[in-house]
Design a protein around this ligand. Structure first.
Ligand code: MN
Length: 132
């Protein structure tokens, strides 16, 4: 079980996208943690066990696909839903993200209303995979 249900972890190296998510988290009354590389994201996820992880795929140090695999392989973080977010919507990316353990995949620019609904559903405990 996540330790901090009302916490959102954003792993994103793009400042503009981070600002957008920060505004959304404020609007939703959620605590937001931000990591700008995959390794820091993994460290924060293990320490804080947030309710949802928003994961950019193109990241320094540890990329999003590898981060997702490690999160799902670790019993401390395996149950946390992962929303993959990427600017490079290339053929096969979505399938690679899902195979790596991401629960759902969104392309940039992110539809902020859709993302809000997703986060709400995950925080209410909708089962993994039901929203994909
Ligand atoms: Mn990136």
């Amino acid at each position: 079980m996540p330790k901090h249900e009302q916490t959102l972890l954003l792993v994103e190296d793009n400042a503009d996208n981070a600002l957008l998510i920060r505004e959304l988290a404020e609007e939703m009354g959620l605590r937001l943690l931000v990591a700008t590389n995959g390794q820091h994201g993994l460290d924060l996820a293990r320490a804080e066990r947030p309710g949802v992880i928003l994961l950019d795929l193109a990241l320094p140090l540890v990329d999003g696909w590898e981060a997702a695999r490690r999160l799902k392989a670790d019993p401390r973080t395996a149950a946390i839903p992962i929303v993959a977010i990427t600017a490079r919507a290339m053929d096969g990316d979505e399938q690679r993200a899902i195979s790596a353990g991401c629960d759902v995949y969104l392309s940039k620019p992110v539809d902020i209303d859709a993302l809000e609904h997703l986060i709400n559903d995950y925080l209410k405990g909708a089962g993994r995979g039901e929203l994909a």
